[in-house]
Design a binder for this molecule. Structure first.
Ligand SMILES: [Zn+2]
Length: 433
């Protein structure tokens, strides 16, 4: 150990390090200017390293050692709350946050005074490395009781940031966090709830009023999304499929990011939607034709009324009716049976499956309708959980499904199902043409 390293070792309190490990971190020792930690990873999650600058560490030792003062990680985002009413959340910008900060944000004037009473009570926001050197935007509400700050991460903010994949090294200084300080609150859940609502509103206004994009960094809440498997059994060939440009584009969008289940699902759904009116009309024409070709057909009102009814029910058909028609008539039922027979689906489509409120699919029993109708129902309900309208009774019993949620992480089999439906519909459309 060199003299410098020995000095680094002496500069931090082992007891405070142990407290951090109690919060679910592993300590990897000092590394250059940082104390390096990693969050205890489960078997699905790669180890990510975070660092606290050694020179900043003394500023948090005391609160770590005080009973009940430990920070708490945010539920679904990177960041933490501390018992003194402080919320801190990592934000990222597409591109480089530091550059956006310096070139775009710094010249914009602040509408409120940057002093606030919170800081006079000895509360330190942001990094302790001297406010002069930090990037910092600080605004307060009208009575200066709550303040919001966008600045370099505090030591706790760095600890609870997303960090970097190995090897153990850190770029603590590049982590930008959004902080909300609401003095007087002391429950973590309360601070998190208020913090998120104010932080989201601040980021929204930043995007709308200033055209600046900063986004929260969300935690992945489930197992990693599997990359689609390559298949070597189909020989390459000159294409025989005819695909309309708009459908090709939707399909490309659906497969462009396999990790974003929600958008993939919606793109596949849009492909289905594209054919709804066409499929419904085709079906109506077929039914009308059958009536007209019936040898018993006469010119009587009662016979003509049947045709009027077909036309009327076609015009009145709901979105669920339309998707049901499409799936029942354009998707081969054996393809659906084949899909649901895959053992690796496990209980995904059962009532105990991970996605709630979208109906179960039991391919072995038609008790709750044909397989096609069970599928239509589920796809439609899932779509309604994603595209959700406020106060619309149609969505009354379902909760909105967001891409950052744990449920979204588990949507893989539903996306595969939507993809299969889209492929089947594209195939049938060619034969209809
Ligand atoms: Zn303040």
């Amino acid at each position: 150990m060199t003299e410098q390293q020995q000095e680094n070792r002496d500069a931090f309190n082992e007891e405070a390090i142990a407290k951090i490990c109690e919060l679910g971190f592993d300590f990897h020792g000092p590394h250059d200017e940082n104390l390096v930690f990693s969050e205890n990873a489960d078997q699905h999650t790669p180890v990510r390293f975070v660092g606290i600058r050694i020179e900043d560490f003394p500023s948090i030792e005391e609160s770590l050692l005080r009973e009940g003062e430990a920070p708490k990680s945010l539920e679904s985002r990177y960041g933490c709350t501390t018992r003194n009413g402080m919320f801190e959340m990592e934000v990222g910008a597409p591109g480089r946050p530091a550059l956006i900060f310096d070139r775009v944000l710094r010249p914009i004037s602040l509408d409120s005074k940057s002093e606030c009473s919170n800081h006079l009570t000895g509360f330190s926001m942001g990094g302790p490395s001297g406010e002069g050197s930090m990037r910092r935007i600080h605004v307060t509400n009208s009575d200066r009781s709550i303040c919001v700050e966008l600045s370099d991460a505090s030591p706790f903010g760095s600890l609870f940031s997303r960090g970097l994949l190995g090897p153990p090294r850190t770029v603590t200084r590049n982590v930008v966090t959004l902080k909300v300080c609401v003095p007087g609150l002391s429950f973590h859940s309360e601070i998190e709830k208020i913090g998120i609502s104010i932080a989201d509103a601040f980021l929204y206004e930043l995007a709308v009023r200033n055209g600046v994009t900063f986004l929260p960094r969300y935690r992945r809440l489930g197992p990693p999304v599997k990359r689609p498997q390559y298949r070597m059994d189909a020989p390459l060939r000159f294409p025989v499929t005819k695909i309309e440009p708009e459908i090709a584009h939707l399909f490309q969008s659906a497969i462009s990011d396999f990790t974003n289940h929600l958008t993939s699902f919606l793109y596949y759904y849009q492909i289905l939607e594209f054919y709804f009116p066409y499929a419904v009309r085709k079906t109506a024409i077929r039914r009308v034709r059958a009536e007209l070709n019936d040898p018993m057909f006469t010119n009587q009102d009662s016979e003509l009324l049947k045709i009027v009814n077909i036309a009327e029910s076609t015009a009145r058909s709901s979105e669920l009716d339309q998707i049901s028609t499409l799936i029942e008539e354009w998707v081969r039922s054996e393809k659906l049976s084949e899909y649901f027979a895959q053992p690796e689906l496990g209980k995904h489509f059962a009532s105990s499956g991970p996605i709630k409120g979208v109906g179960e699919i039991n391919h072995r029993s038609e008790k709750s309708g044909s397989l096609a109708s069970q599928v239509s129902n589920r796809i439609y309900k899932l779509r309604n959980r994603i595209v959700h309208a406020k106060d619309d009774p149609k969505y009354a019993d379902t909760k909105v499904l967001l891409s950052s949620s744990r449920e979204a992480q588990f949507m893989g089999p539903d996306v595969d199902l939507a993809k299969l439906l889209a492929q089947e519909v594209i195939l049938t459309a060619q034969m209809q043409a």
